[in-house]
Design a protein around this ligand. Structure first.
Ligand SMILES: NC(=O)c1ccc[n+]([C@@H]2O[C@H](COP(=O)([O-])OP(=O)(O)OC[C@H]3O[C@@H](n4cnc5c(N)ncnc54)[C@H](O)[C@@H]3O)[C@@H](O)[C@H]2O)c1
Length: 267
């Protein structure tokens, strides 16, 4: 695959799970990476993660649901790197609950992070990424981390499914809009299946305790049975798909969806 030398990438939710794996993969392949997440820059976790990256990495605190944070991040990148070639909208939250019992505030929280975050970030960086894209084959690249649950329904997670379905169609709308306005920005979505990250494991633990189970082991075994490949994915397998869509190897791909789910939605 083509590397990312001279490319600047910003990844949201980059201190954990899939976001961290994506930041690591882009960095390993040559990108200058801006990790962003909710943690305060002074949090020792941030220093520990940046130490593993070494050069070509820095951190900005960015709550994706907050427009001011996005505008500050853009001003920061414009002042320092002066370009943005890759934006990975990865930050996300789950939100379990049956439709007749989930609190409206919980529903709104899921939409504000998983949907508003993508809109606000794309809006904030359109101009800079359009300018940066002129110098790159196929243009700059936005990758939106949706989910296989943006393609099919699932009980107990309607707020999440709705948000990930919105992410999928925002992707396609942005791709068509940028191309038709001759703005060199490609936009694609990635749809992971069950991946063993803190997000999944905490969601499963919650469901287990709601159902009186001692831990999430039985649920994990059951989930594995529902996946044709018989296992959960790992974050690096999702990061590989993200990296492909970020790279110039995918220069003619925009508005598409790459499903990385061990065959779950193939049936
Ligand atoms: N793990 C899975 O099985 C799975 C499957 C499909 C899709 N996804 C999607 O992948 C993405 C990453 O999930 P993960 O499993 O790595 O989760 P994770 O919980 O390990 O990491 C999510 C990161 O996002 C950050 N975050 C949460 N709210 C934020 C906000 N408002 N602003 C900025 N950062 C915020 C968290 O601090 C955390 O570092 C999410 O969009 C998720 O919906 C995950």
């Amino acid at each position: 695959m083509q590397g990312f030398n001279n490319n600047v990438a910003l990844v949201t939710g980059a201190l954990s799970g899939i976001g961290l794996a994506a930041a690591e993969r882009l960095h390993t392949d040559g990108a200058q990476v801006i990790l962003t997440d909710l943690a305060d820059p002074a949090d020792p976790k941030v220093a520990a993660i940046l130490a593993n990256f070494g050069e070509r990495a820095r951190y900005i605190r960015l709550n994706v649901a907050n427009e001011d944070d996005w505008n500050a991040a853009r001003a920061n990148v414009e002042a320092h790197e002066k370009q943005l070639d890759i934006l990975v909208h990865n930050a996300g939250t789950s939100g379990n609950g049956y439709i007749d019992t989930i609190a409206f505030s919980e529903w709104r929280k899921v939409q504000s992070i998983n949907v508003d975050g993508i809109f606000l970030g794309t809006k904030a960086f359109t101009s800079l990424m359009s300018a940066s894209g002129k110098a790159r084959k196929g243009g700059s690249s936005i990758v939106i981390v949706s989910s296989m649950l943006g393609l099919v329904g699932f009980a107990n997670v309607s707020a999440y499914c709705a948000s990930k379905g919105a992410a999928r169609l925002f992707t396609k709308s942005a791709a068509v809009e940028f191309a038709s306005r001759e703005m060199p920005i490609r936009v694609n979505s990635v749809h992971p299946g069950f991946v063993a990250t803190p997000l999944t494991l905490s969601g499963l633990k919650e469901i287990a305790s709601e159902n009186g189970l001692p831990n999430a082991d039985t649920l994990i075994t059951e989930l594995n049975k529902t996946t044709p490949m018989g296992r959960m994915g790992d974050s690096e397998e999702i990061a590989a798909a993200i990296a492909f869509l970020c790279s110039t190897d995918s220069s003619y791909i925009t508005g598409s969806e790459l499903v990385v789910d061990g065959g779950y939605t193939a049936r």
